[in-house]
Design a protein around this ligand. Structure first.
Ligand SMILES: Cc1cc2nc3c(=O)[nH]c(=O)nc-3n(C[C@H](O)[C@H](O)[C@H](O)COP(=O)(O)OP(=O)(O)OC[C@H]3O[C@@H](n4cnc5c(N)ncnc54)[C@H](O)[C@@H]3O)c2cc1C
Length: 375
């Protein structure tokens, strides 16, 4: 089949690779003109890491920074507890680059924004910015939380703000103090206080190096904000309003200053220093989203376009990959005209998504995330 994949991130690239693997003619359309994304760290679940390794797309030794322990900090910065940890910690760009390299660059069309999608008797027509139009036998919509395809097919389903934001930042390892370097060495470092927590781990450098001294300290700090505060935060330094996230360099000076002041007030000194050392903090608002359906004839939704789980599950990318790989299996075994097989795939993926969705909400509510923080 001729397959058009909308979105060139984790869901889209995994779908492209898996569908190509079972013999389809696949092209990817990504609105971003370049390979640039919000970046930051990413935790990869074991099943996704195994898949990446089995197909030779990425190997933990070259794409991830290993840890051996989790360190839990007290308010004064002392280590209150330690436990074992062995997870695939990598960088958004490192892994995405590996997936892009594994696919065919000439079949990834950057700077192509989908504007409309129409079902026809023989397949699906996609219309892009600039007037380009393409016909496909099957369209996979992996266009993320703001998915145009989902909005057209399920106009009543909307992402719901969860009441908090993940502030994020990166600091080059060479800029860390000795005490910071010692704290993060081989470790995932967590500091939790009522209704918030900040997590920290090392990730590869921008170029993907995992060499000591070249890596980056990655932090994510969950902070509650009212919808009004969120609107103000997501209004960037040029006055442009964003719906979900701010990329590095877009946060206004006022919100950057507030973030640093909050860190000074609430975090252990070494972590508050890391926030201060971060040149371009960025932010992602946390939303919930779950669709009732993923299959619409020859159009399929997957990844965040279909269901957004809380980041505490660290499962968004592996969920998107599992959607894609299992879809390829069903299409290989049954073709695209077997409605029962596709509806079986949909039912299975909706159950998996709902479980993760509920699990993410449980973790958040246990930590009081999204509730007003103490002043
Ligand atoms: C704070 C935070 C931390 C997270 N940490 C982790 C983690 O550690 N591990 C993990 O597994 N997951 C994590 N996630 C979740 C993870 O980022 C997502 O689940 C994952 O990116 C989903 O991939 P996707 O391809 O479905 O969607 P996205 O990554 O959102 O990609 C959608 C793509 O579609 C493109 N697009 C959108 N509209 C159009 C259009 N009209 N035309 C063409 N292209 C379009 C976009 O530009 C984008 O590239 C985290 C999320 C947050 C908010």
């Amino acid at each position: 089949m001729k397959v058009g994949v909308i979105g060139g991130s984790y869901g889209g690239l995994c779908a492209a690779l898996a569908l190509r693997c079972v013999g389809h003619d696949v092209e990817v359309f990504e609105r971003n003109p370049d390979f640039d994304r919000i970046g930051g760290g990413i935790v990869v679940q074991p099943d996704f890491a195994e898949y990446l390794e089995a197909f030779g797309y990425a190997r933990p030794e070259s794409a991830a920074v290993p840890t051996t322990r989790r360190r839990f900090l007290a308010r004064d910065g002392s280590i209150a507890a330690t436990s074992g940890d062995a997870v695939f910690y990598t960088a958004w760009d490192t892994l995405l680059r590996a997936l892009r390299d594994a696919f065919d660059a000439s079949r990834i069309h950057n700077g192509m924004t989908l504007r409309a999608v129409e079902r026809t008797t023989s397949g699906v027509t996609c219309k892009f910015d600039g007037g380009q139009q393409r016909e496909f036998d099957l369209v996979v919509a992996a266009d993320g939380i703001g998915s145009l395809v989902r909005r057209l097919l399920l106009p009543d389903v909307e992402p719901k703000y969860a009441g908090y934001v993940g502030y994020r930042g990166l600091v080059p390892e060479r800029e860390l103090s000795e005490a910071q370097a010692e704290l993060i060495r081989d470790s995932f470092v967590l500091y939790a206080y009522p209704r918030s927590h900040i997590l920290n781990y090392l990730i590869p450098s921008e170029s993907g190096s995992t060499q000591r001294g070249e890596r980056r300290w990655n932090w994510v700090w969950y902070v509650s904000h009212t919808p009004g505060e969120l609107t103000s935060l997501l209004t960037d330094r040029n006055g442009h309003r964003h719906r979900v996230s701010l990329a590095p360099g877009e946060m206004s000076d006022e919100w950057s200053a507030r973030l640093r002041a909050r860190a000074e007030r609430l975090l252990p000194p070494l972590l508050s220093d890391v926030v201060r050392q971060t040149r371009a903090p960025f932010a992602q608002a946390i939303f919930d989203l779950a669709v009732p359906r993923m299959v619409f004839g020859r159009i399929v939704l997957l990844g965040d376009a279909a269901c957004v789980v809380r980041p505490h599950t660290a499962s968004g990318t592996s969920k998107a990959a599992a959607d894609a790989i299992s879809l390829a299996h069903v299409l290989r075994d049954h073709g695209a005209d077997d409605a029962a097989a596709l509806s079986g795939w949909e039912a299975e993926r909706l159950v998996a998504a709902r479980q993760l969705f509920a699990y993410g909400q449980q973790i958040a509510s246990r930590g009081g995330l999204g509730e007003p923080e103490p002043m």
